[in-house]
Design a protein around this ligand. Structure first.
Ligand code: PMP
Length: 354
């Protein structure tokens, strides 16, 4: 039986993408060769990389505006330091909204002064700080649009003179935003885009080349741009599956179409959390993430019963992160409304049982 997969990442991908990916592993485009046994310089793979890069820009509405899309390696975690390496001359601002922002801050401190413009650490990151002031003279301001572990999401983005950098690992391609307000966006593929192994970086070329330090080639965005994201052997499988997922999203109607479905899923689950006395939401209501919903049992003694019922219903990946506890339902793009319905049914069944 196919499971209802609420895993936080790596996570659910569209069924048709998995099918096409498995076909390409056996035989790419009827070539008689596998996707993973051909040269990355071959015509077939160069076309894959080009398509993945252009689809990313197209879906974000960032074509012909001076942006470049790159598929790099090292995860979003390597971007924590690449961003600082490439952009920080002396001082950068960071909004600290969770574990991942915290880790990005730690790396940036190796390169210069970090100003924490706001933080929600005091409440174990269950809200998004607001009303903070952004000092002048920052080399960039770094935000995390969706906090995967705590289940909070930025609904509004600050206006600033400094280049805006955003870690969108867990909500890229899930909702419509004016993406042109960002100068650099990065996201590990393994949520809304594909399997683990590649990181999408979308960067406005004009912000690069301004720091005085020397940058090692592999960590230099300009080097990767000059080589069309093929400076070294890319992770061919992860890029291919990302391309298929982006194609799937485009055929579905793009970000606006998936946003509508994502809103329905979030509304269905959060209204159950709010109405059902067995459960308590973790994140501040106004800051709730549409991707990762965090909640707890009001009575921990019911854990065994609930866990058993989840298992019986074929629900996978609902355990909360160890730093929050409780439960986390990740509702990425490929998760169906029907799967959320199955979860909500189990939750209401818990209430009936008392
Ligand atoms: N940022 C966010 C928001 C994340 O959710 C994650 C991973 N869950 C990371 C960064 C780290 O990504 P990676 O494991 O690809 O380095």
């Amino acid at each position: 039986m196919k499971k209802h997969n609420f895993s936080a990442g790596p996570c659910i991908l569209p069924q048709e993408v998995l099918l096409k990916a498995s076909e390409a592993v056996m035989d790419l485009n009827g070539s008689g060769l596998s996707l993973i046994e051909i040269s990355h310089r071959s015509k077939d793979f160069v076309a894959v990389m080009e398509k993945a890069r252009s689809l990313a820009l197209e879906l974000l509405g960032l074509e012909d505006q001076g942006y470049q899309a790159l598929f790099l390696q090292g995860g979003a975690s390597l971007e924590f330091l690449m961003v600082a390496y490439n952009l920080m001359e002396s001082k950068a601002g960071y909004l600290n909204t969770g574990t991942w922002s915290d880790k990005a801050i730690k790396e940036a401190k190796l390169f210069g002064e970090v100003v924490e413009v706001g933080s929600s650490k005091d409440e174990n990151f269950n809200y998004i700080p607001k009303g903070y002031t952004i000092p002048e003279g920052l080399d960039y301001l770094h935000l995390t649009s969706n906090n995967t572990i705590f289940g909070t999401q930025l609904k509004k983005f600050p206006k600033t003179e400094a280049p805006l950098v955003c870690d969108m690992s867990s909500d890229i391609f899930s909702r419509q935003l004016d993406f042109s307000q960002f100068d650099l966006i990065y996201a590990g593929a393994q949520k809304n885009m594909g399997p683990a192994g590649t990181t999408l970086v979308v960067v406005k070329e004009a912000i690069l080349g301004k720091v005085s330090r020397k940058i090692p080639s592999m960590l230099d965005y300009q080097v990767h741009i000059a080589k069309d994201s093929m400076f070294n052997t890319p992770s061919v499988f992860a890029v291919y599956v990302s391309m298929l997922t982006l194609e799937w999203l485009k055929n579905l109607g793009g970000i606006s179409a998936i946003e509508e479905i994502n809103e329905k899923k979030a509304q269905l689950l959060y209204s159950e959390i709010d109405l059902n006395p067995v459960f308590e939401g973790y994140a501040n209501k106004e800051d709730r993430s549409h991707m990762n919903a965090t909640f707890n049992l009001a009575d921990e003694g019911l854990k065994e019963t609930f866990d058993h019922m989840l298992k019986e219903a074929g629900i996978n990946g609902l355990n909360g992160h160890r730093s929050v506890g409780g439960y986390r339902a990740s509702m990425y793009n490929a998760l169906s409304l029907e799967s959320v319905g199955v979860l909500v049914d189990v939750m209401s069944e818990m209430e009936r049982k008392g």
